[in-house]
Write a protein that binds this ligand. Structure first.
Ligand code: HEM
Length: 244
């Protein structure tokens, strides 16, 4: 995206090389970097799509949402599915992402735009998503009503979480950060893995990615608005539904 706009005015010798493709021999951490890149798409990106889709059931009402939570938490081998397709990949991608940032290196090649806002946005949206996910997991999974064993209280729990305007703002920022990080991540991935080569194809795919970000932000916001505008769902019936 950014490299395309500069190419006409810059002499050939000084032309930025764009996002370099993944190549072995770029250092010992080649495999780790390739894994970082891939993990952003699968399984983390795939999970993000599933998560936004599942939460969009809130737009169909309390019962539809709770029923979907019941279905997901009743999946066979759910502990291992979460461990290998969510927790470990996110932990790896996050910590290696911070390491790349700390080292001041771009992952798997040069950015022609080190210091460019896209480069910076990918780091900051990753960091915001990291802290957002930390809070989100703690409050939704490890605090308050235990949803996995009280799926009928799932809608109520989210509504309860969103009682405060600051929480709504925080969730909105989290939605925007994760959406942007994933959508621009798709673009980066396509450039590095040689899926789109050439300025024109990359520029076009850039527009597709902006559209993807917009769809994610819209779906996430619509899901949140549904929690805010639906009349209060019933709280859990028993005292032992609570973790603390
Ligand atoms: C919502 C969860 C996340 C998703 C779906 C996701 C997805 C992606 C994708 C698809 C890419 C592009 C892969 C590539 O560069 O080839 C990427 C890159 C990146 N991610 Fe994430 N990511 C997430 C969370 C995080 C977190 C928490 C961090 C921590 C800082 C992070 C740091 C990074 C960094 C630094 C890059 C850019 C690497 C580079 O510039 O070469 N990501 N991410």
């Amino acid at each position: 995206m950014a490299s395309a706009s500069t190419s006409a005015a810059v002499p050939a010798s000084k032309m930025p090389s764009g996002v370099a493709p993944l190549r072995a021999g770029q250092g010992r951490s080649f495999l780790l970097r390739r894994l970082h890149s891939l993990s952003g798409i699968f399984p983390i990106g795939a999970f993000l799509i599933e998560h936004f889709f599942s939460n969009a059931f809130s737009t169909n009402g309390v019962n539809a949402y709770n029923e979907n939570v019941r279905f997901l938490s009743g999946l066979p081998f759910v502990f291992f599915l979460e461990l290998f397709f969510i927790w470990l990949p996110i932990a790896y991608h996050s910590f290696y992402g911070f390491y790349i940032w700390y080292r001041g290196e771009s992952n798997l090649g040069e950015y022609p735009w080190t210091g460019n806002w896209l480069y910076t946005s990918q780091r900051w949206t990753g960091a915001i998503a990291f802290f957002y996910m930390g809070w989100h997991v703690w409050s939704m999974r490890f605090n308050g009503v235990h949803i996995l064993t009280n799926t009928a209280a799932a809608f109520w729990k989210v509504q309860n979480e969103l009682r405060h305007p600051w929480a709504v703002a925080f969730y909105f920022v989290g939605i925007i950060a994760a959406s942007w990080h994933f959508a621009y991540g798709l673009w980066l991935f396509a450039a590095k893995w040689g899926i789109f080569v050439g300025d024109k194809a990359r520029r076009r795919f850039g527009l597709v990615c902006i559209l993807i970000a917009a769809v994610f932000i819209t779906v996430g916001t619509a899901s949140m608005v549904a929690f805010l505008t639906t009349p209060p769902a019933p709280p859990p019936a028993t005292e032992n539904a609570w973790l603390h």
